[in-house]
Design a protein around this ligand. Structure first.
Ligand code: ADE
Length: 240
């Protein structure tokens, strides 16, 4: 079973959306499991203090290194990937999700920060001793790492074997081939005076595939020149 562990001051935010839909069903089936570790449980004083003011001054509180260290030490799976959700991290991509699943089949641990952050010393310690990696889900600042953890876990869980009905469903979708996905149509065939493109009704699988590729290429080129550049480079080297 693929094991996810989140370290958080807000354990009630989990499983959240991951208890519903595809991820929720997979959890019920025992394909994966989620454990939320309440960092506060590892505070040692009688007030259960987890944070304090920032040395050097400034507003906001910083999470104490000793409490985070105790939480990680007590719950870490030695063979799982460890992540710190942070806007300063490496930007998340589909390729990173794939590589975590391939390299760490046992699971994933995600440390969620709050307030102004986590004391740098404990992050450095776990980076040096357990390859902790900072990951960002985009160039904007959330109030904490919990939503980022939900995003990362959702992206992982749907790729676990047995979660989606057809494994091909994930190989053609946006980002997997450095292309955004082609447009989709369903019934009714005529809606709001607009029709479904003829080729999709032709039954000619080769023409349909060619049309879809063309549409995916146009969408990618116009909307995401950054991804388009990779696609063109890969076409030249025959990488994908
Ligand atoms: N915590 C706060 N903002 C974040 C972001 N953009 N990505 C990951 N973790 C975060």
């Amino acid at each position: 079973m693929w094991q996810a562990t989140v370290y958080t001051l807000f354990p009630e935010m989990f499983p959240g959306s991951l208890g519903q839909s595809i991820a929720g069903k997979a959890m019920q089936q025992g394909i994966w499991n989620l454990k939320s570790v309440n960092i506060r449980d590892y505070a040692t004083d009688k007030h259960k203090t987890v944070d304090d003011t920032s040395y050097g001054g400034g507003t906001g509180m910083v999470i104490r290194p000793d409490v985070v260290h105790a939480a990680l030490s007590a719950n870490l799976h030695p063979k799982s990937k460890l992540i710190y959700a942070s806007p300063k991290g490496r930007p998340l991509t589909q390729a990173m999700i794939r590589s975590w699943l391939a390299d760490y089949p046992d699971g994933l641990g995600i440390l969620c920060g709050r307030y102004e952050g986590v004391d740098q010393r404990v992050l450095d310690y776990w980076r040096e001793n357990h390859e902790l990696e900072d990951i960002s889900i985009g160039d904007y600042v959330l109030s904490g790492g919990e939503l980022a953890a939900l995003v990362m876990l959702d992206a992982c869980v749907r790729l676990l074997p047995g979660v989606l009905e057809k494994s091909e469903a994930t190989t053609n979708e946006s980002f997997e081939l450095d292309l955004l996905e082609y447009p989709q149509y369903t019934k009714p065939q005529i809606w709001n005076n607009t029709v479904v493109p003829d080729v999709l009704l032709s039954g000619d699988h080769k023409s349909i595939a060619a049309w879809r590729l063309k549409e995916a290429e146009i969408t990618t080129q116009t909307r995401r020149p950054d991804i388009w550049k990779n696609y063109i480079a890969n076409q030249k080297t025959g990488k994908k």
